[in-house]
Each structure stands twice: as C-alpha cells, then as structure tokens.
Design a protein. Sequence first.
Length: 519
Amino acid sequence: MEFPENVTPDKKTRTVIRLEEIIERNIARLFLNYDVIAASPFRVMRNADLDIEEEEAEDLLIEIEKQLKKRQWGEAIRLETEKGIDKRLLEILKEELRVTDDDIYEIPGPLDLTFLMKVYGIKGFEEYKKKEVPPREVPEILPGSDIFEDIRNGDILLHHPYQSFEPVVRFVSKAAEDPSVLAIKQTLYRVSGNSPIVLALARAAENGKQVTVLVELKARFDEENNIGWARMLEKAGCHVIYGLVGLKTHCKICLVVRKEEDGIRRYVHLSTGNYNDSTAKLYTDFGMFTCAEPVGEDATAVFNMLSGYSEPLGWNRLSLAPLWLKKKLLKLIKRETEHAAAGRSAGIKAKMNSLCDPDVIAALYEASSAGVKIDLLVRGICCLKTGIPSVSENIHVYSIVGDYLEHGRLFIFDNDCEPEVFLSSADWMPRNLERRVEIMFPVDDPKLKERLMGILDMQFSDNVKKHELMPDGTYHKKKEKGSKRYCCQEDFCRRAEKAADAVGKKTKESRLFVPLESV
C-alpha cells in the first residue's frame, strides 16, 4: 500500500482497512468528469434453490450444470446495506433488485465478517489467538496397525475433531490397495477440494476392485465440486450413481467387502458427519467402525436400494429415512411415554442440529405430559416451546456454540433403566425424516454406549458455552453461583490427548528392549 507523503508508517502498530472503505473514499477517481453524490457498500442474497425436474432430465449431471449457471441471477431475497445509506441510493437498489422494505437490513458495521479470517491469518498476533489443539490418535487404531484387524477386535467409536479423521481416510486407502478387498461402496455428500478419500476410491477402481460411489449432486453449494468428482471417478472406472429421484442422499456410510480365510467379511463405517477431511477438524461428529454381520447385511441393502436394484423387506439394525426412520423414532418416544405412565423409569436425552418436525414435537409434548424427563441439545433451529404448563414443563432445551461446530446427532432413550443409544445422520426435521435418505443406527457395545452417555452428560454440564432456551424463545446463559468453570469442548480435547498419550506410552514400553540377565 502506498502512503501519502505526509504520513509516516509506524512499524510498531498495524492498521487494517477494508477494501470497500478504500474504494468508497476514492470512488471519485474512478468516475472522472462526474460528481459523486453518494457511495455505499451493499450485499445481495439470492435464492440459491435449483429448479430441477429430475424425472424429465435425461442426464441429471448435465441438467444441474445448466441450472448452476442461472444461480447468480436468482431472485433477490435479502438486501444488506451500510447503516445510514443515502435514501436515494436505497430507492434505486429496491427498484433494480425488486425487494421490499421487509427484505432490507441495515447493518451497523462491516457487511461481510469473513474478512476476520484473513486478519486471523496475519502473523504477529499469536498472543491473542487461542492455542490450536490437534486431533489425537484413536487408541484402538495405532499408527501402522492393520485397521481391519483392529475392527475385528471390536466396534470402534470415533469422536471428531478431538480424535483424528485419519483412520477413516486410512480405512478407504487401505481397502484400495489390499488384494483381499473385493469391493468398496460409499456415499459422498460433501467432500474437501482435494479429498484423499475420493482419490483412494479412484485408485481402488484402477486396481481392479468393484467400486460403487453415490455422489449427491444436489448438495447445496457443493454441486459444482461434486460434479467434478463424479466425472473423475467415472473416468477412473468407478460405478457412480446419483441416488433416488426426488430425494437427497444425506446418509454417511462406507462398506468394504473383503475375502478372508473364513469367508467373506463386510467392514462398515457409519457416521453422523461428512467424509470431509477438512471440516472434520472443525465439526464435532461421531463415527463408528464395525464388522458385525447384521450391520454389513444392512449396508449392502442400502446400496442395493440406492442403486435401484431392490427395496429391502426389513432391516436388521439400521433405520432409514424416508420410510422407516421416523416411524422408529416416534415408536421409541412412545415407549418412553408408556414407561412413564406406568410408573417406570423413563427419559430422553438427544443432541441434534435442528428440531422442527411437528410430529416429533407433538410426541415429545405427549411424553413430557406423561412425566418423561427430556433434555435436548439443539444447536440451531428449535420450534419446540419449553415451559408450557402440563405440556412441556419436563422439557429442557440447550444450545452449545463453541470453538467447534456441534454437528453430531446422538439419541438416548432410558427404556426403564435399560438404555438404548443411537447415532444418526438425520436431524429431527421434515426434510431429513421425509425427503432425504438418512440412517439411524444403534450402538450395542456396552463400553461405547457408556462413553456416549457420558459425552452427552458432559455437554449438559457445560456452563461456559451452553445456553438454555426460555419459554419466550430467547436463550439465556445460566451459571450457578460458586460453580466451577466447565467447558465440555475443552474437556473433550484434554481427554482425547490423555487417552492417546496413555496408549503411546504403553506402546513405547512394550517395544523397550530389556536384556536378559546372564546365567
């Protein structure tokens, strides 16, 4: 940047100025021979929905590409302006963009706060930055170990981003190179720009394995990225499918079929979050590895259904939307209602991104009226109203907004002191339960169940980042006087580090050479 002659830069201080401020202050230089009366930054939000007739489209990929070109000209649905904008400018914008006063928002500050990420990246402010905590190794999967053997030893739970996403990448990469692997089947919703998982799938096909990949082309704002990956995978020899007409495929599942000494074995990875190695460092999610045969059968049935080969008559362990998951969920809530009505132990604890399905909310109200204690952790939209006498007075709703984005879905049902624990890709919303392919799966291993129940209890104990939803729809931070500061995300980081260090120390000791005593 060039400084005026009468200004001497101070090397000890740093000043940040936004580009729009520079343009606004010097705009007269851009419009020579004009009198600039007013200038002000503004931002337009447009309708990004794609109008796709899937049943009539000959090639869904090409049709979506056509629609993407129209997105930049979508209907304006929101206009953000700088507070104090000249009224004459505002009238011109209203007319040109065809927006009403209800669509206009005056912002008392910067319109786009993403510039702060660039400021954060500037060197020299380390003392103001929170110390980064790297994801830790998963104790059950050591570096260099045979991941298939690790899974055969028992189901493995992963808690991201506190635990590394690397085992998931290694699972697919190992399968791509392993001569005993016959087939890999995987769903992809959102992946990173240079995804090691996609590259491994392509490599597997090139190595002669049967690879089926469902690429969701309708993942909002990831359409262009996914189209590129779909073409690359097809070119590599993968069988690429786009899912069922009229439904988004949002479930996260990877199936590896392997030939072993005792026959064919199916290894499955199920997750609440995307196969995205970038967001796995920022979003909190749960994943599970298993080679349980009932789950393997269900996983095979999922891909048969998505490929259009057959619709399963029933399921062993998985529940799928849009046909089965919601029914299962309502049945589980009703069971707790019946337990409470009969005087038995009953309770529901659940964690999700959003809650707005009217049928689920009605079932929760009924359960609360019967005496079921319900604690919900809903990060985003919640249409359930708390504190209604005789309706929702037994329901408490909280939201945690911390350093990591809470993204996992975890549901726990007391079931008369015999708790059942489920993980899911679905929120309790109509779009997830009725218009998407989603999965919900039980966690059967007693140790993993206990761990998940402990994780949710720790989140409900948070008094730093947790806020409670009030009957009037506002959120209040509640901290009891004299209570010790407790942030669950920080605790999860410490526990993951402690568990990884304990295993590392044990491994190091087992490799220590101890000479035999002389005889």
